[in-house]
Design a protein around this ligand. Structure first.
Ligand code: NIG
Ligand code: FE
Length: 387
């Protein structure tokens, strides 16, 4: 089956094979068998089995959200309210979600995850990474990655989110469990392993053990670091060749130099700064230094419960010094780099047919109209999703 999307007023391809021309006007494209088969001038569009008339609106690549924690139960709206009055975010709240998640049935977690996936699709996200990390037992962590794998191939084992309450007095034994039995149970359902480096979570040395064990089990590496302080996690991520280091809010000059010289992507999470009232990372400085950046949502019940990539883009422009095109690129092709995926995040020939028709004539409206639903259609693998 093929689908022609035509009458596109403005097409943002961000095609790495055509770096001089990230944006085209009066364009069309054809998706065949789930992949982009043709991109060109609207007047030359070849015939296809079906047609989506963009009616002169803008089309952008589907958003690639490379960081989320959407397998959970319960909520922590009370913590959010307290933060708005000046109470700082701490990792301690994670254990409240762990208790609620452990108590939930498989069906309840599956239904909540499905609702979240529908929510992100409606906001234009076509690729999403989903982490475990609210189970912290072998069975509960395995259940989380198993459920995540039902909705995405980008699944991440985050047994090292915080130390499980049962191991509060013996954190070393918990790290051993994560690296041993828990990893063995979760690796078959996971593509990635992640660890939260923070004063309330894991040290750099503990994280090194976890990441090395994950790598030995065949998983790719991701790291949460620098959320609340420059904590040495960026250097570890670069040392181990992690695909991405996420948050990266607090960085030293050496961290920036190390990232610029490495392939590790700095994944910035502006919705967390928004929801924790923290200063935003200086994305302008990172880009100028030559660091590859991504923007992701980090949707989770604690530090940020928004899954909106358009809002993250708006914040990246408003608060982090990016141009609208840089912010959109970070949320699409940047997220793809953070997931080491060449087939998503852009609309070059051969890429997956994942795109968004905006209810707007120009992609800049993503930041120009913050908080306004601007997704007219989400197309996933050439299929127009119900909107
Ligand atoms: O990325 N930082 C660690 N994990 C999440 C927060 C999880 C939570 O507070 O429940 C984050 O911000
Ligand atoms: Fe996170």
């Amino acid at each position: 089956m093929s689908l022609a999307v035509d009458n596109i007023g403005q097409l943002v391809t961000l095609d790495p094979a055509d770096p001089e021309r990230p944006v085209r006007v009066d364009a069309a494209l054809v998706i065949d068998d789930g992949r982009i088969a043709w991109v060109g001038d609207a007047r030359r569009a070849p015939a296809a089995d079906s047609r989506l008339d963009a009616r002169g609106r803008a089309v952008v690549p589907g958003f690639v959200d490379s960081h989320s924690h959407l397998v959970f139960a319960g909520d922590r709206a009370d913590e959010w309210e307290a933060r708005m009055t000046g109470v700082p975010y701490t990792a301690g709240g994670i254990l409240r979600t762990v208790a609620a998640t452990r108590a939930a049935s498989d069906d309840e977690l599956r239904a909540r995850l499905a609702r979240h996936v529908a929510e992100v699709r409606a906001q234009g996200t076509t690729t999403i990474e989903v982490k475990s990390g609210y189970g912290l037992t072998v069975a509960d962590e395995q259940r989380a990655v198993r459920l995540a794998a039902e909705v995405t191939p980008e699944t991440t084992f985050l047994g090292a989110h915080v130390v499980a309450p049962e191991y509060a007095d013996d954190r070393d034994a918990y790290v051993e469990l994560v690296c041993g039995e828990m990893l063995a149970a979760c690796a078959p359902h996971s593509r990635w392993i992640d660890v939260f480096i923070d004063a309330g979570a894991f040290t750099v040395d503990e994280a090194r053990r976890v990441l090395k064990a994950g790598r030995a089990a065949g998983l790719g590496l991701r790291v949460h670091a620098g959320q609340r302080a420059a904590d040495g996690g960026v250097a570890l991520a670069v040392e181990l060749g992690a695909a991405s280091v996420d948050h990266a809010t607090h960085l030293t000059g050496d961290d920036v130099d190390a990232l610029a010289a490495a392939s590790t992507v700095a994944t910035l999470l502006p919705l967390v700064e928004f929801s924790t009232r923290q200063p935003y990372p200086d994305a302008r400085h990172l880009i100028n230094a030559g660091v590859t950046i991504a923007i992701a949502s980090d949707a989770n019940p604690g530090s940020n419960y928004s899954s909106s990539m358009p809002l993250a883009i708006a914040l990246a422009v408003r608060e982090m010094g990016l141009t609208p095109l840089e912010a959109l690129a970070a949320a699409t092709v940047g997220g793809a780099a953070a997931l080491q995926r060449g087939d998503v995040g852009h609309l070059g020939v051969g890429a997956r047919g994942d795109l968004v028709v905006l209810q707007a004539p120009d992609f800049r409206w993503l930041g120009y109209r913050p908080g306004v639903p601007l997704v007219a259609h989400t197309v996933l693998g050439g299929e127009v999703l119900a909107s």
